[in-house]
Design a protein around this ligand. Structure first.
Ligand SMILES: [Zn+2]
Ligand SMILES: [Zn+2]
Length: 235
């Protein structure tokens, strides 16, 4: 056995991974224990297009009225309090070491990732990237692609043309307006099947705008891979 493959084992022996939610030893290689994991709710009954939780499988009213530019969304988990805490640690508390855990949760929950040529993270504006130090969607995309060998990441295909105001507190219409023209594409995407990676899908305004931009650059199929989906307002 090579020395560098012993290091992780040795470190795990000395400092067993702790659960990032309850702080007890996690009992496995990842920082989430079985009890806390069992509190995460799977997004099983959902819109086949936008992954909005629904009482029965089908297409939600909004996707029927205004079909989105993306072909489908894979969002295996519900954005519960538990999941929100995980995402908050990952994005705002510098816990970029949670990326392997979150990638594994996505892989465990996503039943059919399908055939994809390129994986593209949702870009952050450079100013936000500079403040946070990392783009969480890029970390997640890199990690997923390690596990899905037929795909590759193109980190700079989609770029943010301008900074957009933070979207929390905006309704769907305000978000769509805030994002119009926010992205631009660096290369032609003729005939490509593209997966856009983001952390959480809320109103879908970011996904709709990113997909619209990629489709107008020639992409044949655009889907969104995100970790969790928020329910409809008032749900
Ligand atoms: Zn725990
Ligand atoms: Zn829908």
């Amino acid at each position: 056995m090579k020395v560098d493959s012993l290091w992780p084992q040795l470190l795990n022996g000395l400092f067993p991974p702790r659960c990032c939610l309850c702080q007890w030893a996690s009992g496995n290689d990842l920082p989430l224990c079985r009890d806390c994991r069992s509190e995460l709710a799977a997004n099983t009954l959902a819109c086949q297009r936008c992954a909005l939780p629904l009482p029965r499988p089908g297409i939600c009213g909004r996707c029927q009225r205004e079909p989105p530019a993306f072909d489908r969304v894979i969002a295996p988990w519900l954005y519960s309090d538990c999941f929100a805490h995980l995402i908050h640690l990952w994005k705002f508390s510098g816990r970029d070491d949670l990326t392997p855990l979150l990638a594994q949760l996505w892989l465990d929950g996503a039943r059919e990732p399908g055939d994809i040529d390129l994986v593209v993270p949702v870009p952050l504006h450079w100013r936000r990237l500079w403040q946070r130090g990392y783009n969480q969607s890029q970390l997640l995309a890199d990690r997923l692609v390690c596990k899905l060998p037929a795909t590759r990441v193109h980190p700079r295909l989609l770029v943010r043309r301008r900074a957009t105001a933070p979207q929390s507190g905006m309704d769907a219409r305000a978000r769509a307006h805030n994002l119009r023209g926010a992205f631009t594409v660096r290369l032609p995407c003729d005939n490509l099947r593209i997966a856009v990676v983001d952390d959480v899908l809320t109103t879908g305004a970011t996904a709709r705008e990113a997909a619209r931009t990629l489709k107008s650059a020639g992409a044949r199929h655009v889907e969104l891979w995100c970790l969790a989906r928020t329910p409809a307002p008032g749900h």
